[in-house]
Design a protein around this ligand. Structure first.
Ligand SMILES: Cc1cc2nc3c(=O)[nH]c(=O)nc-3n(C[C@H](O)[C@H](O)[C@H](O)COP(=O)(O)O)c2cc1C
Length: 195
């Protein structure tokens, strides 16, 4: 049996990239007059809407960190939980991200849900959850996922958001951006930009 060799010449790769379309999803109606005060409420609505629109794993997210030299890194992982304490994810302390978070305890998350042309961006300092929380997170993993992870190596981290951005693209390129930031009273303020 013969196979056609893939054409990997850079010029055709770049031609291929040039021919791709982006923002091809269908942005839902978004009533900017009734935005919730709490960004977690909006996130929960968008997350469920993404699942309903067929995003198979809408809770997977890109996590960005920086190393001790300030060089960024990023990888995909699973959002474990969100509450007023922060946005939680889990991994091993012995991983690259573990070392990076030790050196620079701050991170960013980026979700992208193509069918609805929606993205959510979160950034802030990072805190470690308690030993009880990380033990309970590890215990909730399947046996195969637990295998090979020393309990002391498993960490649940939380991003305490300093900024959460909800972005929805539009066909006419007048994209909408709603940015939440903590206010002085322990609540949230938000701004809306369409540009
Ligand atoms: C869909 C998906 C989900 C993942 N979930 C996790 C996760 O929750 N925790 C984790 O440590 N790695 C997860 N990984 C693997 C990471 O992307 C990464 O390869 C690994 O954590 C090592 O990253 P590091 O070298 O930056 O520490 C996931 C990968 C994919 C593709």
């Amino acid at each position: 049996m013969t196979h056609d060799a893939p054409d990997l010449a850079p010029v055709s790769l770049n031609e291929w990239l040039k021919g791709r379309h982006a923002l091809t999803g269908v942005a839902p109606e978004w009533d900017l007059g009734v935005l919730p005060h709490d960004p977690i409420v909006l996130f929960a609505t968008w997350l469920r809407a993404a699942a309903d629109a067929g995003v198979a794993e809408p809770h997977t997210v890109t996590l960005a960190t920086v190393d001790a030299e300030g060089i960024p890194d990023a990888r995909t992982l699973i959002l474990k939980r969100i509450d007023e304490q922060g946005w939680a994810f889990a991994s091993t302390r012995s991983s690259r991200k573990g070392a990076q978070l030790d050196a620079a305890p701050a991170a960013a998350l980026n979700f992208w849900w193509q069918p609805q042309v929606r993205a959510v961006r979160v950034r802030g300092r990072v805190e470690e959850a308690t030993a009880e929380e990380r033990a309970s997170d590890l215990a909730a993993r399947s046996e195969s996922a637990r295998a090979g992870v020393a309990e002391g190596d498993w960490v649940l981290w939380r991003i305490v958001p300093a900024r959460i951005e909800f972005w929805q693209g539009a066909r006419d390129r007048r994209h909408t951006r709603v940015v939440y930031e903590p206010d002085a009273e322990g609540g949230w303020s938000h701004t809306v930009t369409v540009d």
